[in-house]
Ligand binder design. Structure first.
Ligand code: PLZ
Length: 449
């Protein structure tokens, strides 16, 4: 039976993997043809099945195939797709009003989200927030705030970093293809330092931090740095987890020089890693935090949250945008945070992480192509390299991923070399489905040897 586009999604969907056609099926193929006609080729798709409904741990396509979701729309639907509290609050808000523009006439939802962010983000100091539409916009605004607060221009970023696709955030992003190639010139005053990458540098956290701050100190000068922006666990760059001690040492160096530390928690935040924020793991307290993705269960919302006196350094009218903190997106965020609290999703992320880490470690024992198993909580990955080396093997990563797709499991790759398989299931997935998904991943490794 074909799921119609109005099929109810959310947790009521049957939680099973079921393929009734090839992937993509005939209905998806017809729609792909329409996409080819009407949508710019620059907008790619990883797995070209058109979705009719989603919820729990599955996506159901227009051919009636039910796929297990290990991607969460790139770490967005942490609370599950069409999660009940998100749907209910958005429904109520849509019926009341859909938009006023917070800069014209304010409303409670925006302030409620900022209050929640003050409570949930790392540190117990006085905090304030400003809301935006996308992660890139939040990163841009964090830099604006840091420059206004410090009177300095320079921005420090890291190898393998990903911060977005706008002009400034392209400059901050490391990887050329597909994000930057042909799109320059890029914004000035962005400087890149080496990241802690245990598989590739073998350095302790302290050693890697010393190497990074030496570059910032000698090539930029702390006195010129407004901020250092870092993903506490890198996302697109390959789920690179810095060695223990790296982030605290970097934070100390910044604090001693009045350089603001900006944690980009857009991918790692909101329960994903088993804490509310990845910085919590080592009790790192950034000056500013950027959030998006998981914050609103699928509606577009992003935020900069930081020390009140820094946030207030910007003149009145200096921050904003027509849709930033749109009432529907704020309602969704309040619903998503309600789901996270009610279902204790930090604990759930740790449990999901244990299952995934166990399965991935077993794969590593069986397949020497797995050079590293890393991540935290429900943000786990394997990096594939030619056995016995650290030469990236993106071909194998692509083959494993393609096998998973054709067998009904949504997987994503990432990494500077495209050789990392990453796993970001919604936390509403059942253990049974999660194991079934990793059975398919294991088959994929065996089938592509
Ligand atoms: N910072 C850490 O992960 C978005 C990008 C997908 P936006 N990552 C997914 C793609 O190919 O465009 C991201 C992130 C971190 C910033 C961003 C940017 O967030 O909401 O995509 O602008």
């Amino acid at each position: 039976m074909t799921a119609s586009p109005t099929s109810p999604g959310g947790p009521t969907l049957p939680q099973r993997r079921r393929l009734v056609t090839d992937i993509p099926g005939p209905e998806s193929l017809t729609r792909l043809e329409r996409k080819r006609t009407h949508v710019a080729d620059g907008v790619g798709t990883t797995l070209p099945v058109f979705v009719a409904a989603a919820g729990g741990g599955v996506l159901v396509d227009v051919d009636g195939n039910s796929l297990i979701d290990l991607g969460s729309g790139i770490a967005v639907t942490t609370v599950g797709n069409a999660a009940p509290a998100v749907v209910e609050r958005v429904r109520e808000q849509a019926a009341a009003f859909t938009h006023t523009c917070f800069m014209v006439t304010p409303y409670d939802g925006y302030v409620d989200v900022c209050e929640q962010l003050a409570e949930l983000t790392p540190g117990h100091h006085a905090k304030k927030s400003a809301l935006f539409n996308s992660g890139a916009e939040a990163v841009e605004n964090a830099v604006k705030i840091a420059r206004a607060a410090t009177g300095r221009d320079a921005v420090g970023v890291f190898d393998h970093a990903y911060h977005g696709r706008t002009n400034l955030t392209m400059a901050m992003t490391a990887k050329s293809m597909p994000y930057k190639s042909g799109f320059g010139p890029f914004a000035a005053e962005v400087y890149r330092a080496p990241m802690s990458y245990p598989l590739r540098d073998g350095l302790s956290g302290e050693e890697a931090a010393a190497r990074a701050v030496d570059v910032l100190d000698k090539q930029v000068g702390a006195a010129n740095l407004a901020c250092v922006v870092i993903e506490p666990i890198q996302g697109e760059g390959g789920f690179v987890v810095p060695a223990p001690g790296f982030l605290p040492a970097l934070a100390r160096w910044c604090a001693e020089r009045d350089v603001l530390l900006v944690a980009d928690e857009i991918q790692s935040g909101f329960c994903r890693t088993g804490d509310w924020f990845a910085c919590d793991h080592e009790a790192v307290v950034p000056d500013l935090v950027t959030t998006a993705k998981g914050i609103a269960g699928g509606l577009p919302l992003a935020a900069v949250t930081g020390r009140a006196e820094l946030m207030d350094a910007v003149h009145v009218g200096g921050l904003g945008g027509t849709y930033g903190g749109n009432p529907l997106a704020c309602a969704a965020a309040l619903g998503a945070i309600e789901e996270m609290r009610r279902h204790d999703l930090t604990t759930r992320a740790r449990a999901v992480g244990e299952v995934m880490a166990g399965r991935l470690r077993r794969l590593a024992e069986e397949h020497p192509v797995v050079a590293a198993v890393r991540g935290r909580g429900a943000m786990m990955a394997v990096e594939l390299c030619h056995p016995g080396t650290t030469d990236p093997d993106p071909v194998r990563a692509g083959a494993v991923s393609a096998y998973c797709h054709s067998h009904g499991v949504v997987t994503l790759t990432c990494g500077t070399w495209g050789n990392v398989l990453r796993f970001l299931p919604p936390l509403s997935i059942t253990d049974e489905l999660l194991h079934e998904a990793f059975d398919v991943v294991a088959e994929a490794f065996a089938a592509t040897t």
